[in-house]
Write a protein that binds this ligand. Structure first.
Ligand code: SAH
Ligand code: SF4
Ligand code: F3S
Length: 481
C-alpha cells in the first residue's frame, strides 16, 4: 500500500493512496484516494469532518465500518480502476454478510450516481466534492434507512476555508494547501469543470493562517493547490489579491518555508508571477505549466486559448526573468483529428522547451465535454499508443540529459524521508522539484542538506551529502540552487 507521503507531485495519478490509521473514534473509516493532489487534499478535509463527528480512521478495510473511495474521472481507465475496486469491496461485503457502508466520493460521484446506485446497487453513499460537510448526516441516513444517501450538489461558494485538514498520512515536512476549487476554463477534453463545478477562490486570511499553522508545526514546504492556481483572485477589504501577491505573502511567513504550487495555466502566467519566482528565494524555481500539445490548430480545438508561439514566448520570457527556472508539463497524444504532422509538432515542442519532466497521456474521450459533443474521437487506438510512446521515448531522453547536466553541481535538498529503495538512504527534492537520493548519515526529515550530484537516472538524481544548510544561507549564496 502506498502512503500519501510517498507520492510525488501528480505522479502516478491512478495509484490509490490509503489513509493511515489513527486511534480515535468509535466507527472506523477507511479512505482510499485516487486522482490528483486536489483529491488527496480533499480526503484530508473528509477526515477532518468525520473526526469532528466521532469517527476514527483505519488503514485496514477489514476493520472498517465505512469504506470511502475518493474517485477520479479524468480518463476512462481511472474510472475503470475504481469500479473494479468497488466490485471487490461489494463482493467481500456480500460474502461476509458484513454491516458496512460503501461510499463513493469525488469526481465520479455526479456522473455515475444513477448507474452506481440504481442500475448496479453497488454503493450506499454518493457524495460530490462540494458536499463533504454533509457526510456525517448522509452516513447516518444510509445507516438508519438502509437506503442509498446522495449529495452531489456543486457549490459556487464552498472552499472548506474554516476546516483544518487532518493530515493523516503526513511526512511532517511537506503539505498541500487548497486555495481554490473548480475550474472555469472548459478545455475541450476535460471533465473537471463538470465534476468540480465553477471556479472559486478561498479567502486570503484563511490560507495564510493555515500556512502559518503549518510553519508552527514544523512543516518546511507547502504546495498550494487548485486546478488553475494562477487565476486565484480574492477581494478582501476592498482590495483584490491575485496569485502573485498571495504567493509573495505566503513566502514571507517564514524564510525557511519553501513554497510551490500546482497547477498553472499558461494564459494566467504573468510577468508579475515570474518576478515573484525571481525575487523570493523561498518560492521554488519550478513551474508545472501544462502545454497539452505542440500544434496551434490542435490547441485551438482543445480550447486552450494560446498558440504554440505564445507558449514558447512565455517559456523564453520566464527564462529571461528567472534563468534557473525549471518546467514540467502535461501532454495529450491522439486528440480528435490529430494528424501525423500535428503530432510531430508536439515532438518538436518537447525538443525546443526541453522540460525536466512531463506527464504524458493518451486522449480518452469523456462524456459531456466539448470534444465529446463536437468532435469525433477518430485517432485509432494503435496510432494513439504509438504516438504516446514516441512522446515518452523522446521526453525520457531529454529528462536524462537534463539530469546529467546536474552532475557535479551542489543542490539544496529538503529531506522528506527514507528513499523508496533503502532505509539507509534519504530522499527529498531540490528547489527545481527533482528528486534527490543520498546516504542517510545523521540527516533527518525536515533538514535542508547541500548535496553534490554524482549520478542520475531519467527520474532521480543521486548525490553525496555535504552538510546541513538553511534557505537563508542558500539565498546568500545564489550559486547554489
Ligand atoms: N487543471 C490542470 C489539469 C488537471 S488534469 C491543468 O489545467 O493543468 C491533469 C491532466 O490530465 C491534464 O493536464 C491533461 O493533460 C490530462 N487530461 C485531462 N483530460 C484528459 C483526457 N480526456 N484524456 C487524456 N488526458 C487528459
Ligand atoms: Fe481541465 Fe483545462 Fe480546467 Fe485544467 S484548466 S482542469 S485541463 S478544464
Ligand atoms: Fe481526477 Fe478530479 Fe483530480 S477528475 S485528476 S481527481 S480533479
Amino acid at each position: 500500500m502506498q502512503l500519501i507521503s510517498d507520492l510525488t507531485l501528480l505522479d502516478d495519478l491512478d495509484a490509490p493512496k490509503v489513509a493511515a490509521g489513527d486511534a480515535g473514534g468509535t466507527r472506523r473509516v477507511y479512505i482510499e484516494t485516487y486522482g490528483c493532489q486536489m483529491n488527496v487534499s480533499d480526503s484530508e478535509i473528509v477526515a477532518a469532518v468525520l473526526r469532528e463527528h466521532g469517527y476514527g480512521l483505519t488503514q485496514d478495510p477489514e476493520a472498517a465500518d465505512v469504506i470511502l473511495l475518493n474517485t477520479c474521472a479524468i480518463r476512462e481507465n481511472a474510472e475503470q480502476k475504481v469500479r473494479r475496486r468497488l466490485d471487490v469491496f461489494r463482493a467481500d461485503i456480500t460474502k461476509r454478510g458484513r454491516a458496512l457502508t460503501l461510499g463513493v466520493l469525488g469526481c465520479m460521484a455526479e456522473r455515475l450516481r444513477h448507474k452506481l446506485l440504481e442500475q448496479e446497487h453497488l454503493v450506499d453513499l454518493v457524495v460530490g466534492p462540494d458536499a463533504y460537510r454533509d457526510l456525517p448526516r448522509l452516513l447516518d441516513e444510509a445507516a438508519d434507512t438502509g437506503q442509498a444517501a446522495v449529495n452531489v450538489h456543486l457549490s459556487r461558494e464552498e472552499t472548506y476555508a474554516d476546516i483544518a485538514p487532518v493530515r493523516y498520512a503526513t511526512n511532517g515536512v511537506t503539505a498541500f494547501v487548497s486555495i481554490m476549487r473548480g475550474c472555469d476554463n472548459m478545455c475541450a477534453f476535460c471533465v473537471v469543470p463538470f465534476t468540480r463545478g465553477r471556479e472559486r477562490s478561498r479567502p486570503v486570511s484563511s490560507i495564510l493562517s493555515e500556512c502559518a499553522r503549518l510553519v508552527e508545526q514544523g512543516y518546511k514546504e507547502v504546495t498550494v493547490l487548485g486546478q488553475n492556481v494562477n487565476s486565484y483572485r480574492y477581494e478582501q477589504d476592498g482590495t483584490l489579491v491575485g496569485f502573485p501577491e498571495l504567493l509573495d505573502r505566503i513566502s514571507r511567513l517564514s524564510p525557511e518555508l519553501r513554497v510551490r504550487y500546482s497547477t498553472s495555466h499558461p494564459k494566467d502566467c504573468s510577468d508579475e508571477l515570474l518576478h515573484v519566482h525571481a525575487e523570493r528565494p523561498n518560492v521554488c524555481n519550478y513551474i508545472h505549466l501544462p502545454v497539452q500539445h505542440g500544434n496551434t490548430d490542435v490547441l485551438r480545438r482543445m480550447r486552450r486559448t494560446y498558440t504554440r508561439e505564445q507558449y514558447l514566448d512565455l517559456i523564453e520570457r520566464a527564462r529571461r526573468i528567472c534563468p534557473t527556472i525549471s518546467f514540467s508539463t502535461d501532454i495529450i497524444a491522439g486528440f480528435c483529428g490529430e494528424t501525423e504532422e500535428e503530432h510531430r509538432d508536439t515532438l518538436s515542442l518537447l525538443e525546443t522547451v526541453r522540460y525536466d519532466h512531463a506527464y504524458m497521456f493518451m486522449y480518452s474521450e469523456r462524456p459531456d465535454t466539448y470534444a465529446a459533443r463536437k468532435y469525433a474521437d477518430d485517432v485509432p487506438e494503435a496510432v494513439k499508443k504509438r504516438r504516446l510512446s514516441e512522446i515518452i521515448e523522446l521526453q525520457t531522453g531529454i529528462a536524462l540529459e537534463r539530469n546529467r547536466a546536474e552532475i557535479g553541481r551542489v543542490v539544496t535538498v529538503l529531506v522528506e524521508g527514507p528513499s523508496k529503495r533503502s532505509e539507509a538512504q534519504l530522499s527529498g527534492r531540490a528547489d527545481n522539484n527533482k528528486m534527490v537520493v543520498f546516504d542517510r548519515q545523521d540527516f533527518r526529515p525536515g533538514d535542508y542538506v547541500h548535496v553534490r550530484i554524482t549520478d542520475c537516472t531519467s527520474a532521480t538524481l543521486i548525490g553525496e551529502p555535504l552538510g546541513k544548510t538553511t534557505l537563508a544561507e542558500q539565498a546568500a549564496r545564489p550559486a547554489m540552487v
